[in-house]
Design a protein around this ligand. Structure first.
Ligand code: ADP
Ligand code: MG
Length: 254
């Protein structure tokens, strides 16, 4: 195993700036995402966490900066080069992003049918494996409305994993879940990361989730328009010289 995080980076972000009109959300942000780890983006409401995730996945175009995936530049990429990068991604949308009129099995089969020439039998086998990997093996014929919120998120993860992504993106995965379902989802994220080695990028502001899943974190701040703390979870927690970081980890309202 390499210990040098620089040589092990799956994503390198350099001098990234995002503006909406006149408004700068963050400026000159640089960081590396280590391969195979759970990387958490945290910070208070409105500091740009979702915007950063949307920029990483190509839904927001930055004003400047570079994002490279395994050395391939994403910003400004087109055609096959862009498609090759997008194929590495799996995204868990809020509330799972499932089609309401389709069973769980049909929802998970859809991206496989669209991206491959596999026959229905092979696709069913893959769907069964994906459902089993999130603990929903006996729910293949259920509609999203027939299962709980936590199960919807898990089904959303199964769908995000349908094409074996190298990187899974989650925006506040436990939003709207009760504490027990939320903890179960954290365990699942951790287990899948360990079992498959998939790099996970998770936006959250829930301290319990951060403790349960984070290998490395960056903390964004609205007034700083950028990163105010970074490192392993224990490094960032020990970074108490910064009052904003201390307050976040000690649940102190400003
Ligand atoms: N598409 C957009 N157009 C204009 N402003 C936006 C857009 N998306 C987000 N914002 C603004 O950018 C800021 C950061 O939003 P967001 O990334 O959603 O924060 P967070 O996820 O950390 O709560 C907010 O003030 C939000 O209103
Ligand atoms: Mg958000």
């Amino acid at each position: 195993m390499h210990t040098n995080t620089i040589s092990d980076a799956i994503i390198r972000v350099r001098d990234l700036t995002v503006r909406f009109g006149e408004r700068t959300i963050f400026e000159n942000v640089s960081f590396d995402v280590p391969r195979g780890k759970v990387f958490v983006i945290l910070g208070g409401s409105g500091c740009g966490k979702s915007t950063l995730l949307r920029t990483l996945t190509g839904l927001v175009t930055p004003a400047q900066g570079s994002i490279s995936y395994d050395e391939a530049e994403f910003i400004g990429s087109v055609h096959e080069a862009r498609r090759a990068i997008l194929r590495k991604f799996g995204i868990l949308f809020q509330s799972g992003g499932l089609f309401a009129s389709m069973t769980l099995a049909e929802n998970i089969a859809l991206p496989i049918q669209e991206a491959t020439n596999l026959n229905e039998e092979r696709i069913s086998e893959i769907v069964a494996i994906k459902l089993a990997s999130v603990g929903l093996q006996s729910f293949d014929a259920f509609l999203p409305a027939e299962i709980s919120g936590g199960m919807k998120k898990r089904a959303g993860i199964a769908r995000a994993m349908a094409l074996d992504p190298e990187i899974l993106f989650f925006d506040e995965p436990s939003a709207g879940l009760d504490p027990i379902s939320s903890a179960a989802l954290d365990n699942l994220i951790r287990e899948l990361n360990k079992a498959l080695g998939t790099t996970m990028i998770v936006v959250t502001h829930e301290l319990q989730s951060i403790d349960a899943i984070a290998d490395e974190v960056i903390m964004l701040d609205k007034s700083a328009r950028g990163i105010i703390a970074r490192g392993t979870l224990s490094e960032v927690k020990a970074h108490t010289e910064d009052k904003r970081v201390y307050n976040f980890f000690h649940r102190i309202a400003e």
